[in-house]
Design a binder for this molecule. Structure first.
Ligand code: ZN
Length: 229
């Protein structure tokens, strides 16, 4: 018996696969039966700002999904990436959005924050979504400075808080960019990133849509414009 053959059953005992939504042990991996029945999946497609940027998300930011995202962001649960990325990629396909010729890019995190957390969760998602969709993923943007955490700010304050915070990190060699973030609330961050990309390319690069794992349209004074599907 090889080391690998020995290790696999042992690893399954020591680190059993868990449902990403409730964190209970789930034989075979993926979402457990109970979570599947609860129909946590609630996709939305809405337009951000004055309508120039569509944003899709496979989930609403609530309940078990919210808890799962908090574990993913703050408790190092990078093992959720394949499942979450699969849901985003599936939603992009379900909406019939054309992705060929585009490059995926994550909303960046400041260097200090990334060092503290050890990873940028949006970057991990973008890499895996890109792999699933068969398109490249590149870190095109960087966060030039620190700003306040958006969470506790009003819609107007959020807009001001992200103004001028992002800068280009590298050139774009594709005609279209798809932005990816973990949670979308008012959309200020994604709109600012899209504006930075358009401006840097003198309008030559298109940013038609963006994707987030979860949409929190209820908080931050944001309203869903094209409706929740
Ligand atoms: Zn579950």
């Amino acid at each position: 018996m090889t080391g690998r053959q020995l290790w696999q059953p042992l690893a399954a005992l020591l680190f059993p696969e868990r449902c990403p939504l409730c964190d209970e042990i789930c034989v075979g991996g993926g979402v457990c039966g109970a979570c599947r029945e609860e129909a946590v999946h609630s996709p939305s497609l809405r337009s951000l700002g004055d309508g120039g940027l569509l944003c899709l998300a496979p989930y609403g930011y609530e309940g078990k999904l919210r808890d799962a995202i908090l574990r993913f962001k703050f408790e190092g649960r990078r093992d959720y990436v394949p499942f979450f990325a699969e849901q985003i990629a599936r939603e992009i396909r379900a909406q019939g959005l054309e992705v060929q010729g585009a490059v995926l890019t994550p909303v960046p995190m400041s260097r200090r924050k990334k060092r503290e957390r050890g990873y940028n969760q949006s970057q991990l998602l973008a890499q895996e979504v890109g792999r699933l969709l068969g398109i490249p993923c590149a870190e095109l943007l960087e966060k030039a400075g620190e700003n306040q955490v958006q969470h506790f700010l009003t819609a107007e304050e959020r807009k001001r808080n992200v103004k001028g915070v992002y800068a280009m990190k590298k050139g774009i060699d594709r005609a279209e960019v798809i932005l990816l973030d973990d949670i979308v609330t008012t959309g200020s961050t994604l709109l600012e990133c899209a504006g930075t990309l358009r401006q840097a390319s003198s309008g030559l690069v298109q940013v038609r849509f963006c994707a987030a794992l979860a949409s929190d349209a209820k908080s931050g004074g944001c309203k869903a414009e094209s409706g929740i599907l």
